[in-house]
Design a protein around this ligand. Structure first.
Ligand code: R1P
Ligand code: URA
Length: 233
């Protein structure tokens, strides 16, 4: 059975799917972290894989960039392939003054400049929040691995290149930790279709200070986040 964007059979995906934005990162994770990983979809080169981690079935699939792309894949995974848990593993821009590049951040909630969650409930402000169990398991896994992760509100934007960069300073005053481009949409889709979702990121750059992770270090910090996500399952 296939959907417009996923060519796979029912049962090809595990109940838990980890989703980085980049499909090549999905492939990297499948090849380096899973046992017996097989590719289960590849429509538009948005690769998805299923294998096991420490004996537990798990899938990894790219989400693409932005709420519309993530929302399409998350909905199809939940509604057509029976996926119960989606864990976004992404990169983000740091906002808070105590946020450093390479930090790991859990998105407890996701504010947004997108209209998708208002559209869900008659124009009201739906609070896009992580599933508590997934969040708790993730935070505990980070602790067990000795990784000092931050937990809090993030901001999901439709606009990677902000016209007015003082915008981030206003978010900082409200205690927002970081910016990404998918999480508020993922949390809304999961709530609408009865699945659990949670997102964690590594900070690739700081949108106020301009500091950025050197390319050769990105893989190491990315690996830590993947390990947290896999250990949390
Ligand atoms: O690294 P990923 O998961 O793609 O996440 C971040 O990187 C992309 C922007 O460069 C956006 O998708 C943003 O959310
Ligand atoms: O969405 C993102 C991700 C990383 N850095 C940003 O500025 N935005």
């Amino acid at each position: 059975m296939s959907t417009p964007h996923i060519s796979a059979n029912v049962g090809d995906f595990a109940e838990t799917v980890l989703m980085p934005g980049d499909p090549l990162r999905a492939q990297y994770i499948a090849e380096n972290f899973l046992d017996d990983a097989v590719q289960v979809t590849g429509v538009r080169n948005m690769y998805g894989f299923t294998g096991t981690y420490k004996g537990k079935p798990v899938s990894i699939m790219g989400s693409g960039m932005g709420i519309p792309s993530m929302s399409i894949y998350a909905r199809e995974l939940i509604v057509s392939f029976g996926v119960k848990n989606i864990i976004r593993i992404g990169t983000c821009g740091g906002i808070g003054s105590d946020i450093k590049i390479r930090d790991v951040i859990f998105a407890q909630g996701a504010s947004t400049d997108s209209n998708v969650n208002r559209a869900r409930v008659r124009g009201t402000d739906f609070a896009a929040i992580a599933n508590f169990d997934l969040l708790l398991n993730g935070v505990n896994a980070a602790k067990d691995l000795g990784i000092d992760a931050k937990v809090g509100n993030v901001f999901t934007t439709d606009t990677f290149y902000q016209a007015d960069d003082t915008f981030y300073k206003d978010l900082d005053k409200l205690g927002v930790l970081a910016v990404d481009m998918e999480t508020a949409g993922l949390y809304g889709v999961a709530a609408e279709y009865g699945a659990k979702a949670m997102a964690l990121f590594t900070v690739s750059d700081h949108v106020i200070t301009g500091e950025a992770t050197p390319a050769d270090e990105r893989q190491t910090t990315f690996n830590e986040m993947v390990k947290i996500a896999l250990e949390s399952i």
